[in-house]
Design a protein around this ligand. Structure first.
Ligand code: PMV
Length: 315
């Protein structure tokens, strides 16, 4: 049998949150960057009906019959609606290198890859803002009331200064800055952790508002440090942000162990990234020490360590 001809394909990167997770839900600024080293990919083939094949999940979703809260079907429906197209007779095959529930934006990346592939197959263009808006609607299925930071940084594919409800602000990166992204291997249940923080905030609003303010202030200082390429200050700010996140109740013994291992092996700073309680830990490193720091994080329990950078060139 001949392999079916691909009509169109597209991909979308993972993401890391550098500063401001959780506080961003409460209107404080946050900084995030794409994680180009891992990608979600969608390929479109002719078929008899509209079906999403999630290869890694071993799932096939018939779009016309799927429930309204099925994220894979919903991104197809919303994209077709946004492009004023009927549901096509296409098979959308999705694969992803992005670990799930690891705080790396796998859900938003899969949605973005599907949307981009569909738009290409229809011969249509969508702006990053339009992509982000559609993917945000799907993010609500995964996370309840997300801030929108994941869909934004993945749709724009550049480091962003993000405030809930506002257009993201791209900003200058003073020099190439190196990070390691260590996956703890423990799923980070975003929805649950965000709800726990919300409960705790309701019980002690003034304490949590103070913590959110502190995270917001750190984000402002971090932006200035990134613009100036001041990695020593940036590392220190990551450590302080981690302390604030621990006080919010979103760290875990494993996260603390990974953070400590990175710092002891020479990282300039380290913190959890994303919702926490698992997920990933990011470490700011000087390239000469990256190998020994990655090794220390693996020994401390990381299941994978991905090197990444942000840079003035955008890659
Ligand atoms: O999806 P994650 O694990 O990267 O977490 C999202 C970041 C939070 O600030 C915790 C939630 C949100 O909606 O911004």
């Amino acid at each position: 049998m001949m392999a079916a001809q691909v009509i169109a394909w597209a991909q979308a990167p993972g993401k890391i949150i550098l500063f401001g997770e959780h506080a961003v839900v409460y209107g404080r600024p946050a900084i995030a960057a794409p994680l180009q080293q891992v990608q979600a990919r969608a390929e479109i083939f002719p078929d008899e009906t509209c079906v999403v094949e999630a290869v890694d999940l071993g799932r096939e979703v018939l779009v016309a019959q799927a429930a309204a809260d099925d994220p894979l079907a919903q991104v197809v429906r919303l994209t077709c609606a946004a492009l004023h197209q009927p549901l096509p007779s296409w098979r959308i095959r999705v694969t992803s290198q992005i670990p799930m529930a690891a705080g790396m934006g796998s859900g938003a990346a899969v949605s973005t890859a599907i949307l981009r592939a569909l738009a290409r197959a229809f011969g249509k263009k969508m702006t990053a803002a339009e992509v982000s808006a559609v993917v945000y609607e799907v993010e609500k299925i995964y996370h309840g009331s997300p801030s929108g930071i994941d869909n934004t940084v993945i749709a724009y594919e550049q480091p962003v200064w993000f405030v809930r409800g506002q257009e993201p602000e791209p900003f200058v990166v003073g020099k190439r800055i190196h990070f390691l992204v260590a996956d703890s291997g423990v799923p980070s249940p975003t929805r649950e952790v965000v709800e726990d923080v919300n409960r705790a905030w309701k019980q002690d609003e003034s304490r949590y508002e103070t913590l959110f303010d502190a995270a917001g202030e750190i984000a402002y200082q971090a932006r200035a440090a990134i613009e100036q390429g001041d990695v020593a200050t940036l590392g220190m700010l990551m450590d302080v942000n981690q302390q604030v996140l621990a006080e919010m109740g979103v760290s875990s013994p494993l996260v603390e162990r990974l953070v400590r291992a990175a710092r002891n092996a020479g990282a300039l700073g380290a913190k959890l990234s994303g919702a926490g309680r698992g997920g990933n830990v990011i470490a700011l490193v000087q390239p000469v020490y990256a190998g020994q720091i990655a090794e220390a994080m693996r020994k401390a329990g990381a299941v994978s360590v991905i090197p990444t950078t942000i840079s003035p060139e955008g890659r």
